[in-house]
Structures are given as C-alpha cells and as structure tokens.
Design a protein around this ligand. Structure first.
Ligand code: CUA
Length: 421
C-alpha cells in the first residue's frame, strides 16, 4: 500500500503540468510573442510550422494510443487482493505474429506520414522556388560578434560599392528575398521566427536561405547559435515595405550622410524620404523607457516609418557639428563608416543612416537620444564583451581606458548620430 501512494506523486505532478500546458495553449499566451513560430507571416515559416504540426499530431496520436493501452492494462490486470498478489503468474506466451507485424506497419506508416511533408519542405525552404526566381531580391547578411551587417549587391553606389546597413534589414514585402549567409568570426545563425529560419552562418561556407513577408510589417530576428558573451542579445529587425516605399528607402540610403546646417535643414524635405513625411505625427519621437517604450512596442512598424523623417525644428546644428568633430577626434571613425563624412572603418556597423533605425546595439535598445547616450557612455553594461568597449574604449589586456568621453561630448555625439536620417 505504501508503494502505491508513493508512485502516485509523479503521476499527479505530470497531470498538473499537462493541465498548465493545456491552459497556456488554450489562452494562447505563449503563441503570439514577437518571436513566436506559431504566428507565421510568410510561406517559408508556414511550411516549417506545417511540418512541426504534422509531427505533433502523429506523436500525439502515438502518445494517446500507447498511453491508453498502458492505462487499460495497468487497471485491468493489477493485483487487487493479497491473494492476487501472491498468485502464480499466468501462462507466458512468446510473441504474436499479428501484433508484431501490426506494430511494425503502424510505426512505418507514422514515419511515412512525417517524412512526406518533411522532404517536400526541405526542398521548398532550401531556395527560392524556380518559378519565383526572376522576381527574387538578393541580400548578403554577415554575422559579427554581436551584430549583423546587411549588404545589397543589387544597389551599387558609384565609387563606393554595394549599399551596406546594419542590424535593421529592410526588404520588399510580397517578394521572395534570397539571403546569402556569411560570418567574419565564429558561427552565428540567422533566424526570423515569423518569416524563416534557422540557417547557420559558418566560416568559409556559403550558406543561404530565402524568405518572403506576405504583408508589410516589422519582424524580430535573433542569432540562434551560441557565439560568445552577448549571443543572447545578438538581435536584428526585418522591416518589410510596399514596393514604392522600399524604392524610396533605397534611394535615401544610397545618398551620403545628411549634413545639418541651418541652410541645409530647410532643403532636407527634397530628399526621397519625404515619402514618409506625411506619416510624422509628433515632434517628440519615441519615449525613453529602458527597453522599448510602450508606444514603440505597441506599433514598431509605425515607429520605424516615423524615424525615417528628419526633424529640423528640433535639431541643434552647432551641437551636431561638434558631434561630427568628436566622432573623428575620439577615433570612432576607425571602426564605423559614415559615408560622405569622415568615418571609413568596417569593424563596427555602418552608421551613415543610423538615425533612421528604430534600434541600436543590435536590436537591444530603442533608438532614442537617451538610450543612445546610455549606450555610448557604457556599452559594456548593455552588451558585455563588445568591441566598441573592449579594444575601443579600453585596452583588453591592461583594462586601461583608451577613450574618455564626458557627458557633454556624449550629448554632441548623440545629436550628430540622431541627425543621420
Ligand atoms: Cu551570433 Cu549567437
């Protein structure tokens, strides 16, 4: 009797656990997050979800059948009295051909049911389908510890090379996008849960994937392969735009960095990003909460569109000019490119249009002046081990400070970088 009461504890625990899982699934509370693979927004992620669900249904069926047989046998044949307990075991048989062949056939059938969609989707997700290939757009994504560089081989800038951005991948909605996957250091993995993934970025190996966003939208991406200290916060964003807005975005990105002077400020409305100007709803910009502000989290796509628009009325040309000078003096130029201005470095993200991004520090912080100030003042606090701090501000060997920035200088740098729309 004591044995029976002890053995019931794990069963009760299991029941409670399954009940919790069932309640969670019922309320959908785990299924609609920004990185949910259940809330798919493109054909590749949808194919992957379908394979997953087929596997779930087949294994759930096996679970129910095996569990029912086990429960039936346990209840029907258990010893109920002391006499039962001490009785001789019944005559033993040695196998049953029909049962064995039936179980083998059922197992094979279950595997075939899983194998058909799996194999079909391995081919489907590998590359853009033949009939869609002519309309496909090509992008090269490169992993760095711990951020992403995005290159547009189809958009060549005279005398410079292909257009390059960082951490926010802008793509045309409704169009297949083939993404070449590269890395400069260790293995990373490219994953946009709602669109496609994951495929590793492996040194000396030319991997690729493809994806398509059904509709315009704002999607979260994440490195999905352990790659060092800040792997868990190596994030990025994907912004899918309608065709005309994508063309306007490209045209603006291809321009050299914006110059802010009292005269130039009034002329900035002529730039292609004027397409987004009608979307501007307030001069204040997004809030300054520690992660994303509530307004930003509620509608990041709208926030992204608002950030494309320069706001000359709230800019201080003198402070911006001072920031541009400091960007050079404090050696930021050694690691970052600001095309058309001084920077030429390629170790860190291209910052030519950093003011038009919604996030900084590879998707970790919302791109507001206050957050950017915190990031520049103490990058190691937000992204441990990053190169801006380790080797940029401090000597990794001695720990000695190489670059000192006081509060006024950081403010000037922030004003400059925020002006780069
Ligand atoms: Cu890059 Cu994990």
């Amino acid at each position: 009797m004591r044995h029976a009461s002890v053995s019931r504890k794990p069963a009760r625990f299991l029941c409670a656990f399954l009940l919790l899982v069932w309640l969670a699934l019922l309320t959908g509370c785990w299924l609609d997050g920004p990185q949910s693979t259940f809330d798919v927004k493109g054909p590749v992620a949808r194919a992957q979800l379908n394979v997953f669900m087929v596997t779930v249904y087949v294994t759930a069926f096996i679970f129910v059948v095996v569990g029912s047989v086990l429960a039936f046998a346990t209840l029907k044949f258990k010893a109920r009295t002391t006499a039962d307990d001490q009785a001789e075991p019944p005559p033993q048989s040695h196998g049953n051909f029909l049962v064995e062949i039936g179980l083998v056939s059922a197992s094979v059938l279950c595997l075939v049911i899983i194998a058909i969609p799996t194999l079909r989707n391995i081919w489907f997700t590998y590359d853009v389908p033949e009939e869609q290939r002519t309309g496909a757009y090509e992008i090269t994504a490169t992993g760095y510890q711990w951020w992403f560089r995005f290159e547009y081989p189809g958009e060549q800038i005279n005398g410079v090379g292909p257009l390059v951005t960082g951490n926010e991948l802008v793509i045309p909605a409704g169009r297949p996008v083939r993404i070449n996957l590269r890395t400069v250091d260790v293995i990373h993995s490219f994953w946009v849960p709602k669109l496609a993934g994951k495929v590793d970025m492996i040194p000396n190996r030319a991997n690729h994937l493809w994806l398509r966003a059904d509709e315009p939208g704002y999607f979260h991406g994440q490195c999905a392969e352990f790659c060092g200290d800040s792997h868990a916060i190596m994030r990025f964003r994907v912004i899918a735009l309608p065709a005309t807005e994508f063309a306007a975005w490209l045209a603006n990105q291809e321009q050299p960095a914006r110059v802010v002077s009292p005269a130039a400020a009034s002329a900035s409305g002529d730039r292609p990003h004027a397409v987004f100007a009608s979307l501007k709803t307030s001069g204040g910009g997004a809030g300054d909460a520690l992660s994303g502000s509530p307004e930003f989290d509620a509608n990041p796509y709208a926030a992204w569109r608002e950030r494309q628009v320069a706001d000359p009325a709230h800019e201080n040309p003198a402070l911006i000019a001072e920031g541009r000078r400091l960007f050079q003096e404090k050696t930021c130029i050694a690691c970052h490119t600001i095309r058309g201005h001084e920077g030429v470095g390629v170790t860190g993200p291209d910052l030519t249009h950093v003011g038009a991004r919604t996030t900084i520090a590879a998707g970790v912080l919302e791109n507001t002046p206050a957050r950017m100030h915190d990031w520049i003042a103490d990058p190691n606090h937000f992204k441990p081990g990053n190169k801006m701090y380790n080797g940029g501000y401090t000597d990794p060997e001695s720990g000695q400070r190489l670059v000192n920035l006081n509060d006024t200088e950081v403010n000037a740098l922030v004003a400059y970088l925020q002006s780069l729309k």
